[in-house]
Design a protein around this ligand. Structure first.
Ligand code: NAD
Length: 293
């Protein structure tokens, strides 16, 4: 069997197109322009790249960008004061504080200060709690994208055995919650799990969010499994050039899986698309409107 390749780029582009349509509807019918405020503290190069691509996507969707840059020396008080201002600003529908934050700032305190209705990263304890008890919530972007990709090849995940490798608060745990909400039977594996290979062999859906290049081998997979690879690992490739690989040995896995996301071009593009989706959903909820997405 050769796996179907799940084209995250195309699925993300389609989602961004739908978001742009919803933004146009909100403007036309309600005079509302959703706005996303992105707060960047310091000048971490990777964060700067992410923030730039988020702002580009905001503009492309017809929404209003609202970027705030604070120096690496900014105090926790300054960041909290900025978040309070954005919470109170009716032009801001979503607030994202780019992580990581400099060490003098308590990231959990900052996340908890965001209005849960504007928490488009889905990291606020209120949204985490709402997701876990099955209430509507803003859900984290990468995990939401992972489930959308799985559903693009298997629309109903009910009853399937899902194994999530990784238990971080930003990927592993929320992916597991979202799969549970889809009625999958979910097992979470992590660095202390015994016999990971045997566990993987039981998975109809395998989500790898580890951060270890090609840790998951092809022969670990159940034939026909849906494999969602979240990992982004830079390794040295041919001629000393670096390249990005996932947490799954793609070429081996392709021979056994039913469907698999590539790296790059799988989960990665979904993160920003889901951020746009959350922003338009937040704009609707803040204005007492039902989102059509
Ligand atoms: P993390 O370091 O916070 O968590 C990694 C998890 O992997 C931990 O829970 C750990 O227990 C588990 N783990 C480590 N070694 C293991 C092993 N040998 N066996 C089983 N489990 C093991 O990482 P994260 O933030 O959850 O990110 C995971 C990966 O996903 C990284 O490569 C990251 O770059 C990538 N990522 C991609 C996107 C995206 O595509 N947009 C977004 C976020 C993270």
């Amino acid at each position: 069997m050769t796996a179907a390749i799940i084209d995250g780029k195309a699925i993300a582009a389609a989602l961004r197109g739908k978001v742009a349509g919803e933004v146009a509807r909100l403007k036309r019918d309600h005079g509302i322009t959703p706005g996303l405020a992105v707060v960047l503290v310091g000048n971490d190069p990777a964060s700067e790249v992410y923030v730039r691509s988020k702002s580009r996507a905001v503009i492309e969707a017809g929404m209003a960008p609202c970027d705030h840059k604070l120096p690496a020396t900014a105090s926790e008080h300054e960041v909290l004061a900025l978040v309070a201002k954005l919470n109170a600003d009716p032009a801001v529908s979503g607030i994202l504080v780019q992580l990581p934050l400099p060490p003098q700032i308590d990231a959990q305190k900052v996340i908890a200060s965001i209005d849960p209705m504007k928490d488009v990263d889905g990291f606020h304890p209120v949204n985490v709690g709402r997701l876990s008890i099955g209430l509507p919530a803003l859900t984290p972007c990468t995990p939401t994208g992972c489930v959308m990709l799985a559903k693009s090849v298997q629309p109903s995940l009910g009853g399937l055995d899902a194994v999530v490798i990784g238990r971080s608060n930003i990927v592993g745990k929320p992916v597991a919650q979202l799969l549970l909400a889809e009625n999958a039977t979910v097992t979470i594996a992590h660095s202390k799990t015994r016999d990971l290979a045997a566990l993987c062999r039981r998975a109809d859906i395998l989500v790898a969010a580890i951060g270890k290049p090609e840790l998951v081998r092809g022969h670990w997979l159940k034939p026909g499994a849906i494999v969602v690879d979240v990992g982004i690992n830079r390794v040295s490739g041919e001629g000393g050039k670096s390249k990005i690989v996932g947490d799954v040995a793609f070429d081996e896995a392709k021979a056994l899986a039913g469907a698999i996301t590539p790296v790059p071009g799988g989960v990665g593009p979904m993160t920003i698309a889901c951020l746009m989706l959350n922003t338009v959903r937040a704009a609707c909820a803040l204005n007492g409107l039902k989102a059509s997405l």
